[in-house]
Ligand binder design. Structure first.
Ligand SMILES: Cc1ncc(COP(=O)(O)O)c(C=O)c1O
Length: 398
């Protein structure tokens, strides 16, 4: 099949809900992917952080192959060892909670929403606060939770009980003295919203308010989790303990898996029959995730993310000094954003033409999230391409 034939089949048979770049990818290894003409690209936005340990990471591929030959699937009305081992490891990495396994970030947030509702049951508390510019998924409840109306408006009427407040604004939370509130959801770095970093004081204050008002603090770590920000989970930078965290993306190293981890006494509210996912926590997905954890530890990928993050950040700040079109560089670890003074999609296109894959979010923010395994030389190469692309982009607009 050639490229045009593939695109025609997409056009004919695939629901058109995605905007796709004009690229047919057929292979990948580490920070590089190849298209049909064997052209290589440096991937600095690998699968929206799903391929957070690079494409086809060896230990994960080997674990999947091995598990596939032992046992592919076990339903959740039986036990199997790999789910047990993974849950114990995840619990030890955070606050000793219990885990519900699913297959995606939206499902993890959906589980968290349901758990919050169970927590508020009998107390007439059901409202969930989320923050403007947040992103939490595409199911009906999670688009409603998401603080960007464009994702939910076409699907009205929306589920009730969701309240939006401005980000990093503790006054807005303080003045929300609603007795019916049960929880507050937030991303500590809003990814889709433009790499907006939550302030430390804000998050600590929020934790205090949650304690005082009997609200649950839910942190969406779907994008920030598994070492990307220089800690296993972003909340660990803040000195707070959430009641619930939600996980996905890098968790399976490319294999679909998601999870909600909740403090034990809260998790225990989810008794038999309250929630389920047929594929959730299957042997293949759990083996992949166990290999991801092993790889993160063995290769010190968390401290590496911090170190490489600083290296990349300094270089991006160098570009900011050189090109006035760059307004700000921000983020944490290897989750960085470069805000421009004008829409960034043409810059992403120019970079792609020169062999570098990036993302533009919130119209003006170039999102840069290379694999945690990225090498210094690959950062140099990517920044070099970005430099030349910025030069061209600057001329484009004049
Ligand atoms: C912070 C955050 N939460 C939830 C989701 C939804 O995850 P999924 O697409 O796996 O359902 C995303 C996806 O980009 C995300 O970035």
């Amino acid at each position: 099949m050639n490229r045009e034939q593939i695109k025609n089949l997409y056009q004919e048979y695939i629901v058109g809900s995605y905007t796709r770049d004009d690229l047919v990818l057929v292979a990948g290894r580490g920070s590089r992917v190849k298209d049909m003409n064997d052209r290589e690209y440096l991937d600095f936005f690998p699968g929206w952080a799903v391929s957070g340990l690079g494409h086809c990471p060896g230990p994960v591929v080997r674990a999947i192959k091995k598990q596939a030959s032992i046992l592919l699937h076990v339903s959740n009305n039986y036990y199997h060892p790999w789910q047990a081992m993974l849950a114990e490891r995840l619990s030890q990495y955070c606050f000793g909670g219990k885990v519900f396994f699913c297959n995606s970030g939206a499902e993890a947030n959906e589980a968290a929403i349901k758990l919050c509702r169970l927590y508020g049951r009998g107390k007439n508390k059901y409202k969930i606060i989320s923050l403007e510019n947040s992103f939490h998924g595409r199911t009906l409840a999670t688009v409603t939770l998401t603080g960007q109306a464009k994702y939910s408006q076409p699907f009205q009427p929306l589920p009730a009980g969701f309240v939006k407040l401005p980000f990093n604004d503790i006054g807005a939370v303080e003045s929300n003295a609603d007795q019916e509130t049960v929880a507050v959801f937030l991303e500590l770095i809003q990814g889709e919203g433009g790499i907006n970093v939550a302030e430390k004081d804000y998050v600590r204050h929020l934790e205090r308010i949650c304690r005082e008002r009997d609200w649950l603090l839910v942190i969406d770590e779907v994008q920030t989790g598994f070492g990307r920000t220089g800690k296993m989970f972003a909340y660990q930078h803040y000195g707070v303990t959430p009641h619930i965290i939600t996980l996905a993306k890098t968790m399976g190293g490319g294999f679909p898996i998601g999870a909600m981890v909740a403090q034990k006494e809260i998790a225990n509210l989810m008794g038999p029959g309250t929630h389920a996912s047929t594929f959730g926590g299957g042997p293949l997905a759990c083996s992949a995730a166990l290999a991801v954890l092993e790889m993160i530890e063995r290769n010190n990928l968390i401290s590496r993310a911090e170190k490489m993050g600083w290296y990349l950040r300094k270089k991006l700040e160098g570009l900011m000094k050189k090109y006035p079109v760059v307004k700000q560089v921000r983020g944490m670890g290897l989750m960085l954003g470069m805000e421009l003074h004008r829409p960034g999609f043409p810059l992403v296109r120019v970079c792609r033409e020169k062999g570098l894959l990036l993302n533009c979010t919130h119209e003006r923010v170039i999102r840069i999230m290379p694999a945690l395994t990225v090498r210094r030389a690959e950062i140099d190469e990517a920044v070099d391409i970005l430099d030349h692309s910025l030069k061209e982009f600057t001329c484009l607009a004049q």
